[in-house]
Write a protein that binds this ligand. Structure first.
Ligand SMILES: Nc1nc2c(ncn2[C@@H]2O[C@H](COP(=O)(O)OP(=O)(O)OP(=O)(O)O)[C@@H](O)[C@H]2O)c(=O)[nH]1
Ligand SMILES: [Mg+2]
Length: 227
């Protein structure tokens, strides 16, 4: 699986081209969770095959670009990562706009980050009521017994749940690959009204373009040779 990673640090969300997410092969996956739960480290582990312990936390927004071929189709994924700093607790609406899946992370060492999940989840559903959401328990390297504990939030909400470690890579690739697959299938089958409208408009555009080019051809054929 070929993948490239690059990140555009700190670009203001408003000047990002959000329309590109209407294109069939482009998906947007967002990451939510309290500060220091390991969102950026998980991205680095998956996208840059590396884990650099300790680093300044994320400011504003980091975009990680990832491409892969799934069933012979090239899929372009933008992973959106943002600082979970308390003051950012509620994200700018455009962060959620046109997202196709969400990775919601907590730190198994800090209970409060698990208790805050419903706050993040409530906000997510205000903006994206239907998209798939993965609940991720990170840093299991720091507490091996934690995998026997029961975290009922995901089950109650009917969400997929993953024990992972950005530090040693446990379950990271599987979680991200599942997130990409879920984003793709959501995008293809979403019954989200707005997505429907966008898709219709897209098809409408294509049809009119085809019709007008057919007309051009007809007029070309019908035109007496100018020569
Ligand atoms: N032991 C352990 N430490 C981790 C793991 N993932 C992240 N960390 C550490 O936790 C701290 C925070 O990681 P980040 O990835 O910056 O957390 P974040 O969620 O991006 O934080 P914000 O950007 O502030 O929202 C860093 O010191 C990491 O080294 C993990 O799987 N295991
Ligand atoms: Mg970060």
């Amino acid at each position: 699986m070929k993948h490239t990673a690059s990140s555009q640090h700190g670009r203001a969300v408003s000047d990002l081209d959000l329309d590109k997410y209407d294109a069939d092969k482009q998906v947007k996956i967002i990451c939510l969770g309290d500060s220091a739960v390991g969102k950026s480290k998980l991205m680095e582990r998956f996208l840059m095959d590396g884990y650099r312990p300790q680093q300044l936390s994320t400011y504003a927004l980091t975009l990680y670009k990832y491409s892969s071929t799934i069933n012979g189709q090239t899929v372009l994924v933008d992973f959106w990562d943002t600082a979970g700093q308390e003051r950012f607790r509620s994200m700018h609406p455009s962060y959620y706009h046109k997202a196709h899946a969400c990775i919601m992370v907590f730190d198994v060492q800090r209970k409060i980050t698990y208790k805050n999940l419903p706050i993040w989840y409530k906000e997510l559903r205000e903006y994206r009521p239907e998209i798939p959401c993965l609940v991720v328990a990170n840093k299991i390297d720091a507490d091996t017994k934690v995998t026997q504990k029961n975290f009922s939030f995901a089950k109650k909400q009917g969400l997929p749940f993953y024990f992972v470690s950005a530090a040693d890579g446990t379950n990271v690739v599987k979680m991200f690959k599942d997130a990409v697959q879920m984003a793709l299938s959501y995008k293809r089958n979403s019954n989200d009204f707005m997505d429907e409208v966008m898709r219709e408009l897209e098809n409408f555009d294509l049809d009119t373009k085809e019709e007008s080019s057919d007309k051009d051809e007809e007029t070309q054929e019908g035109k007496p040779d100018s020569a």
